[in-house]
Design a protein around this ligand. Sequence first.
Ligand SMILES: Cc1cc2nc3c(=O)[nH]c(=O)nc-3n(C[C@H](O)[C@H](O)[C@H](O)COP(=O)(O)OP(=O)(O)OC[C@H]3O[C@@H](n4cnc5c(N)ncnc54)[C@H](O)[C@@H]3O)c2cc1C
Length: 439
Amino acid sequence: MTAGEVWRNWSGTVRCAPARTVRPRDVDEIVAAVKRAQRDGQRLRPRGAGHSVTPVAATGDTAVDLAGWTGVCAVHRDSAQVVVRAGTPLYQLNAELDRFGLALTNLGDIDTQTLAGALATGTHGTGLRYGGMPTQVRELEIVLADGTVTRCSATEDPELFAAARTSLGALGVITEVTLQCEPAFALEAREYAEPVEQVLDRLDEYIATNDHFEFYWFPHGRNAMVKRDNRLPANATPRPMHPVRHWLEFDVLENAALGAVCRTARLAPALTAPLNRLCSALVSRRHYSDRSYRVLTTRRAVRFLECEYAFPLAALREVFDELRAAVRNLPYGVMIPAEVRVAAEDDVWLSGAYGRTTAYLSVQQYAGLAHREYFELFESIAASAGGRPHWGKFHTLSVDAQTARYPRLGDFRAVRAKVDPTGLFDSPYLSHVIGPVVP
Ligand SMILES: Cc1cc2nc3c(=O)[nH]c(=O)nc-3n(C[C@H](O)[C@H](O)[C@H](O)COP(=O)(O)OP(=O)(O)OC[C@H]3O[C@@H](n4cnc5c(N)ncnc54)[C@H](O)[C@@H]3O)c2cc1C
């Protein structure tokens, strides 16, 4: 346990100095931290790898850092289910699963988040037939505010389960997660530049006919970068990218070179739009296949700010067209491309895809460049399409607006009031976005 440490999140947008930071090594130590915070009248925030842009993991009281509580603790081979400690980073989880011949069905863009952190904000990847990460959860173990260790699943305390799969850390400290995996599989990746008009014309076909489809839109360029990842048959031999080309593409171009271009834009903001246009013209063509998690996730060293909303899939085209038109009137350029993804409908109460087949649209800007008007524009477009903000990314909505967007937020708050009546896991930020605890 340490006092007075300063903690910063990945994007540098949040900084806090918890009165106490606890790094438990087992469930008993997590329970002890919870009971001690209760006794001392402190609030408590579990935290992951700090990859949320918002203060969702911040606290001035007790922080519980689960970096020492990692690893797969049980494997059920017949059901392809695994029990995983909550603080496990996704890169470690993917590697351990691979050793057992298993894989997660879908993943987001990166693998540096912790498992519990990714679940808590509804982290998702892309693919019309696949849900976000919380849909792969089958059971959770949680330490509640009174120090009780409880379990929930679709059959055991189903309300707590529906709430806790994406909880913003508001219900307790998740200690173990049972995940439904599947036999390890390989994906064939096709990534290339295509005129954005053409991508939009083929959008329905692309979404329907690829396992994982997404595209990046360069706001000032002619081309979009299309990514289509499809499962290889089990007996096919993957053809990974040559390591040197891999290094050139993903380390040099997507990180070092992009970083240099972004820093140039920060020094000379007037160059932002032309540089974004240049990036759109220089998109590489890649065709390779590899283990699923190596295709789905990449390294992101360039720090950016992000605002992402989930919409009904049917609204995607209209929202995208409005955004394109609006960006032309911005007083500055946008450096980082926007990202478009899709997901299957799910039943996780605070998921962006709850109850509807979903398109995600995420706007991004290099940290250090102006972004406020861009994000505000996007948020106003999102509002008219019933968009639900990502819990780990920038947005300005408070509880009243969230209640209109997330139809089960009221149910979530009722569960929360039951399991945490004194608001041990509350924080000023949570009170703002999901409301204070009302017992
Ligand atoms: C470069 C980058 C790429 C990203 N790509 C994607 C993407 O492709 N798709 C997507 O959807 N999102 C994406 N995100 C967002 C990211 O997945 C989420 O913000 C995620 O929550 C970060 O996980 P973390 O481990 O860093 O958690 P933190 O940000 O540290 O915490 C997030 C939340 O988890 C809670 N929490 C942590 N541990 C526990 C626990 N044990 N029990 C209960 N609650 C807990 C915290 O209290 C907090 O509310 C990206 C973010 C970045 C910076």
